[in-house]
Design a binder for this molecule. Structure first.
Ligand code: CP3
Length: 343
């Protein structure tokens, strides 16, 4: 039995005294304890070693005590398992040793074999659950097909992922094929994570907002919808960053349990667009954690008032930034944990 199930209660839409809180990328580079491990082991060694996964996942739980843990891993372990060599270059991000450049190359992937080589993630989940000792739920995750596709075509981060978009416009059948295969893999991968014990899963479509509404409904939405329908064994949270125009359809035409929203969306708009029918997660501007602590506290309370304490999970609007002082992240979390006590 979980000692703290606030996060799961919020996903189920049950009433809570205060909303749960966790931070996207909470196990990352702003934590000095993480940086020490970063010096010792390279990135994918950290992802592939169950003891390190468990240790890193629990660092923010021990130090900041949020209401949920997110497995330490990366969305790019999936393309890596599909045969794309990847290096994480410090200061600049992921660099692929191979990309899809021609439509012919889009038809060569074996979904099931890729999944077999991700068994280390399942071992990481099991080790993490032991170390967590039921303190809080464990969130599993995957990249969304569109966001993974972006990296597989572009080969690195990009301001506009225009190569990925051009590939879609020039080779629609090949693009659709890759997106379908990715969807099959993501579904199987998330189901396997749930079988290994994660309590909920989040799908990160970090680059959804680079697509205009029409393209989003062609290249992203159908796949997110299928994932939400087929992964029925645990709650699914969809984070289509930047796709504010799709909130209503994401809420009402998918089987998601919650939607994560970025900071460009007003709480009132998000509630209205989703007709108060789904749990929302977000949406503190990650840069706002660089404000003075008194302002962080004030703005966090204001955000809770605006979203409402029920059917709500406090989070950032995107991942925490590397230069955020730990004390500021702690102030954010503590403000939520004492919400409603004394003002
Ligand atoms: O709390 C956590 O940190 C959980 C683990 C986690 C990581 N990446 C670890 C990581 C999660 C949930 C991710 C998701 C992820 N990875 C996304 C989706 C969310 C988002 O932020 O949009 C994306 C787009 C990636 C791809 C990726 N991985 C990038 C762009 C980078 C380099 C830049 C960066 O964000 O730091 C990575 C590397 C990476 N993944 C690091 C960490 C902690 C930093 C590298 C390191 O620690 O050596």
């Amino acid at each position: 039995m979980l000692k703290n199930d606030l996060y799961l209660r919020a996903l189920e839409g049950k009433p809570v005294k205060r909303p749960p809180v966790w931070m996207m990328r909470q196990a990352g580079r702003y934590l000095p304890s993480y940086l020490k491990l970063q010096e010792k082991y390279d990135f994918f060694t950290r992802c592939e070693t169950p003891e390190l996964v468990a240790e890193i996942t629990c660092l923010p739980i021990d130090e900041l005590e949020p209401d949920a843990a997110i497995l330490f891993s990366d969305i790019l372990v999936v393309p890596r398992a599909m045969g794309f060599p990847i290096e994480i270059v410090s200061g600049s991000g992921p660099v692929f040793g191979k990309t899809i450049t021609k439509p012919e190359e889009a038809f060569h992937f074996d979904a099931l074999q890729a999944l077999e080589s991700l068994d280390y993630v399942m071992q990481g989940i099991k080790a993490t659950l032991q170390k967590l000792e039921n303190r809080v739920p464990l969130i599993g995750f995957s990249g969304a097909p569109w966001t993974l596709f972006c990296y597989m075509i572009e080969g690195k981060g990009s301001r506009d992922f225009s190569k990925a978009k051009a590939f879609c416009y020039q080779h629609p059948e090949a693009a659709a094929h890759v997106l379908e295969v990715l969807t099959d893999i993501v579904i199987a991968y998330l189901k396997e994570q749930i079988r290994s014990g994660v309590h909920a899963v989040q799908v990160f479509d970090s680059w959804a907002g680079l697509l205009g509404p029409e393209d989003f409904f062609t290249y992203s939405f159908p796949y997110l919808k299928r994932i939400s329908e087929e992964v029925s064994e645990a709650p699914v949270v969809l984070f289509a960053k930047g796709a504010w125009y799709a909130l209503e359809q994401l809420a009402w035409s998918t089987q998601a349990s919650a939607l994560s929203v970025d900071w460009a969306v007003k709480p009132e708009y998000a509630r209205k667009a989703t007709r108060h029918g789904i749990t929302l997660q977000g949406n503190f501007d990650p840069s706002r954690l660089l404000s003075p602590v008194s302002e962080i506290r004030e703005k966090t309370r204001e955000m809770i008032r605006r979203f409402g304490k029920d059917r709500y999970i406090v989070n950032l609007g995107h991942g925490i930034l590397p230069h955020v002082p730990v004390a500021h992240a702690k102030a954010f979390i503590d403000t939520v944990k004492t919400y409603g006590e004394a003002s």
